[in-house]
Design a protein around this ligand. Structure first.
Ligand code: ZN
Length: 197
């Protein structure tokens, strides 16, 4: 028995299933095509604000093109997010090559994604900017389903599913930082947001 009425439009506290294609400079950088749609709770900053606010009022089956400027997406490039790390602090498991992505645990215990952007004799430069920082994003989206969020989902502020938990396996440790190798490229772009558990 359905106890809650199925929402008819995208509104706060509605779980939205969304197909999307993301282009930057006319190139597809991410898409749900051939994959499951993403799911998120509208109005809880699960996705980037510039996209979220354009979805209000859409119905199942509606499509829309949305341009999101960098400042409303992943922000402008931050020069302070380039950090030199002594080479010896990078665990041996991680190949020191340009473009290699890794996750660093900082002093506060937060996991931060970085890429190797420069390799010196004794140091490696890590870029903690999001790969899409500084870029305007062109989304084509289609709403494929809407449902009311469960009370527990609202309490947590995110959708509950089978595979949404952060996997902290394969965590490497070093003196000052812990590192882990990223499993897929543009993992974050699967969820234009910053999903936290
Ligand atoms: Zn939760």
């Amino acid at each position: 028995m359905e106890t809650t009425k199925k929402p008819s439009i995208v509104a706060d506290d509605v779980v939205v299933s969304l197909e999307y294609t993301l282009k930057v400079n006319d190139e597809v950088v991410d898409t749900t095509e051939g994959d499951e749609p993403i799911q998120f709770i509208q109005g809880h900053e699960n996705i980037i604000p510039g996209l979220e606010r354009e979805l209000y009022g859409l119905k199942v089956g509606d499509s829309k093109s949305v341009r999101v400027l960098a400042k409303d997406a992943y922000g402008e490039l931050d020069p302070d997010a380039l950090v030199d790390v002594p080479r010896k602090e990078i665990p041996k498991d991680i190949p020191i090559r340009l473009g290699v992505e890794l996750t660093v645990r900082n002093e506060d215990g937060e996991l931060l994604d970085a890429r190797i952007v420069s390799i010196g004799k004794d140091t490696v430069q890590l870029d903690f900017n999001h790969p899409l920082a500084g870029k305007d994003l062109d989304f084509s989206v289609t709403v494929v389903d809407l449902r009311a969020a469960e009370a527990e989902e609202l309490e947590h502020g995110h959708v509950h599913g089978d595979d949404l938990d952060e996997d902290e396996d394969d965590l490497f440790e070093s003196e000052d930082f812990e590192f882990e190798e990223d499993e897929e490229d543009l993992d974050d772009a699967d969820e234009p947001e910053g999903k936290k558990d």
